[in-house]
Design a binder for this molecule. Sequence first.
Ligand code: NAP
Ligand code: 8YV
Length: 312
Amino acid sequence: MKHDLILTAKGHKGTQERMEQEFALVKLWEAPDRAAALTAAAPKIRALAHTGHTKVDAALMDALPKLEIIANFGVGVDQIDLEAAKKRNIIVTNTANVLNDCVADCGIALILNTLRKFPQADKYLRAGRWKTDGTYPFTTSLGGKTLGILGLGRIGEEIAARAQAFKMTIRYHNRHKKDVPYAYDPDIVTLAKNSDVLLVITPGGAETNKLVTAEVLDALGPRGYLVNVARGSVVDQPVLLRYLQEKKIAGAGLDVYEKEPDVPPEFFELDNVVLLPHMASATNETRTAMGNLQIENLLLHLAGKPVKTPVT
Ligand code: NAP
Ligand code: 8YV
């Protein structure tokens, strides 16, 4: 007999197809009356699969009193009320590690594209300006520059490994110093002061809300670059926009924003920013691996076994 599973939103196609085979699936987003669908499902639902960036809050957990596990599609769980889950003894799992390589690749691509301005140069050529205006203006090299990583965790360490191949020097700041061969800065302003590129890859949520302030960007300075592959919430976005407009920092590369998918159109007018639509883990291989891990965690728990990637 198939286990019951509630899925909160439409997500990765292959993962949903597998879920349809493995479970008796309740598709919450398709229900014309969400509250009625929850009431109908509540007596049988022990497991919930979440995808996307909508909230999984205490009210949703209370609507499903038999809930034992929330399995997230993604490593970041800032949209899930972890305190509320803990109080109700609900296990939360994420998709840690299987996306490290792709997200790290994206971080490096943003560093490369932001400093070298390849997307802007591509636009320049397509607009016929090579012929009319001559060669594209010189850009900035990576080799010999210092990369400051804010959040040297699983993904941060992969970014550090790759950046060294580009002959960058690595520094970092975490709340806790690690046993790694990189210089540690005790606070973010010092890290920014010591870096040519400041790359953010912490979790999102209340604890990291607007860690990157005007003071941090001042420390980075007019020759410094900001790259954010973490969450939009970690950076003070209106301040960042103003600093880019006023050229108080040299440039930025962004994969994440404060209110996705809304990106303030003022960013589109700037030549010193490279913008991606939150796609760091979005390859066929990695999204399939994320879905498989999400399902593995659900099946393990429902078979009475320990899950593979719990959020602690
Ligand atoms: P992780 O292994 O838990 O690493 C997070 C790092 O951030 C840790 O080293 C942690 O060290 C540090 N950190 C946490 N809070 C901090 C704070 N207040 N100040 C300074 N450092 C802090 O997580 P991960 O697997 O590398 O993933 C990191 C995040 O990347 C995810 O949570 C997610 O938000 C984001 N992400 C984005 C994408 C995307 O598509 N753009 C994809 C995947 C992940 P301490 O605990 O010592 O502070
Ligand atoms: C995905 C992510 O965009 O893992 C994360 O934290 O941000 C990305 O991998 C997202 O989780 C898909 O819902």
